[in-house]
Ligand binder design. Structure first.
Ligand code: ATP
Length: 269
């Protein structure tokens, strides 16, 4: 069965509140699918191309103006708390900037324990020992242990560790899909590969699919199975990641790639 499908999805924002006159088409007639084989799909594009809006709709945080989103064969429609919890058991966000996402005055293990309490896989409210076990299992998947993070505040962990904790948190409900919107934009270049490598491992070991939203073509090339390139709300190119990035067909994709190469080799223009 198809895990996720977007068909002819459009999102129009009205700027200036309910009575605002300016309409912004953030996403225009976007269609794509993720099948039941686990895959990493990268969505790439410059700032304002509509990537975050696509992510928000997949996460059920924004409704399409037109078109339809389906998860596991059902239209995504969230009307109440119970529906939100049920949906988020399957589809989890990876928070973009762990330094902002985590309250500096709150111990990071609390986030894991809260998620574990809210999304117990047994259906019953788990006890303390079970909550700790769920947190520890999720942390193991990202190369950490509860021992290492227990009682620590965010500033007592490195950026890479904090990002791993954010990913571990998303794994606790045992979702089928992770939506990671710019998950490496705040970490050093040296750590980016480690994080995207982790995505590859999670896909293989847990059978998870991951939507990886980025403007970092290098990591997208490295980790993704498929890639979608967006510009001004529309998909301009798509396909197997290596094929698209080795030989981009659309002028915009070529320009994106050239910009990366120029930055990498210190060229001008
Ligand atoms: N809540 C909103 N209200 C009004 N306009 C919005 C809203 N969210 C996004 N937009 C507009 O929609 C367009 C697409 O924005 P979006 O954030 O989806 O792009 P993006 O590719 O994710 O960019 P970035 O990489 O900067 O996050 C932009 O023109 C943006 O200003």
């Amino acid at each position: 069965m198809t895990l996720l499908s977007l068909s002819h999805v459009t999102k129009i924002y009205r700027q200036g509140g309910m009575l605002g006159r300016r309409l912004i088409t953030a996403v225009k007639d976007v269609s794509f699918e993720i099948g039941d084989e686990p895959e990493i799909l990268s969505i790439v594009g410059e700032s304002g191309s509509g990537k975050s809006t696509v992510a928000a709709m997949i996460l059920g945080q924004a409704e399409p103006t037109e078109g339809e989103l389906q998860f596991a064969g059902k239209t995504v429609a969230i009307h109440n708390r119970a529906e939100r919890t049920a949906f988020m058991k399957e589809v989890q966000p990876v928070l973009q900037n762990p330094f902002e996402a985590f309250n500096p005055l709150k111990r990071v293990d609390r986030y894991l324990f809260e998620t574990a309490s809210n999304f117990s896989t047994s259906g019953k409210r788990p006890n303390r020992r079970e909550v700790e076990k769920m947190a520890d299992t999720a942390l193991h998947h990202v190369g950490l242990t509860l021992e290492e993070v227990k009682g620590r505040f965010p500033h007592e962990l490195s950026g890479g560790q904090l990002q791993r904790v954010a990913i571990a948190r998303a794994l606790i409900p045992e979702p089928r899909l992770l939506v990671a919107d710019e998950p490496v934009s705040m970490v050093d270049a040296s750590l980016r590969m480690a994080i995207v490598n982790l995505f590859g491992r999670l896909k293989n070991e847990l059978g998870l699919s991951i939507i990886y939203i980025t403007h970092d073509l290098a990591t997208a090339y490295y980790v993704s199975d498929n890639i979608i390139i967006m510009r001004k709300g529309e998909i301009v190119e798509r396909g197997r990641a290596r094929a698209v990035l080795d030989d981009p067909q659309h002028a915009y994709s070529r320009a994106l790639k050239d910009a990366v190469l120029a930055a990498e080799f210190g060229e001008v223009g």
